[in-house]
Design a protein around this ligand. Sequence first.
Ligand SMILES: [Zn+2]
Length: 279
Amino acid sequence: MKNNLIQGIAIGNQVRFYLFDSTNLVIELQEINKLSVMATNIVGKSATITAMMAQMIKGEQKLSSTIDTNSSVGKIICTTRAPGKIKCSVTNPNLELKFSGNKLDLPEVIGTGRLSVVKDLGLKRPFVSEVELVAKDIVGDFTYYFANSEQIPTAISSGVHVDKSGKVMQAGGLMIQLLPGAEAKTIDYIEKIMLELNSLTKLLAEYSLQRIIEKLFGEDFQVLKEMTIKYECDCNYKRFENGLKMLSVDDLIELKQEQEIEVQCQFCLKKYQIKTSEL
Ligand SMILES: [Zn+2]
């Protein structure tokens, strides 16, 4: 598979950027998690941004984001594993379309809630940080997370474009972070390009990632890393069997009245028949 995420630095090393063509990821996400068009938009953006964020931590470390809403969306969880793997789950994959004008009305559907980010950096305890959902449109909420929890000014764009039949045509994300010492005019420039960048998915349909970066920064950039991000769940029979073994004795006695019990992975929806004789 072709590399679909590029990261680098630009504007005289004053900014760091991540550009991700997440089309294939969101297609798989829609298929595996059986997502409606509305859910594809919301979960697709969460997955795209979470995958870019995971590039900010090292090697075998893990990052996950949870958007916990009080609405019918329920919870959206996106979890990454190195190198370049992500899986997602959503409580309600059947969200109905809601429009505000000719745009999807994400705030109406998402409602109130919280965004939390967990980074497992291999230390004793994972690093957990949480913010209120303010924009309620995923992109604005992650932007607020960076400003509030990480104190890193970060501009984020993400889009999911589906055709009339609900098929994902393009999906992608761009993150630009100011590095320490960035000049005021650089900040103005980033604000300007984010405004002009009203349709990232249109750009992705027309140009390669390299070409989009040239359009943004001219020749003043350096690519540091290119990689492939894909949807992959790490569930297996043993993991669910071990999970059941952790249940209380009473619960186990009850389970053992059946020959086997069916469990389903919340991420990839795969079903496992666990033999209770082995518990
Ligand atoms: Zn799974």
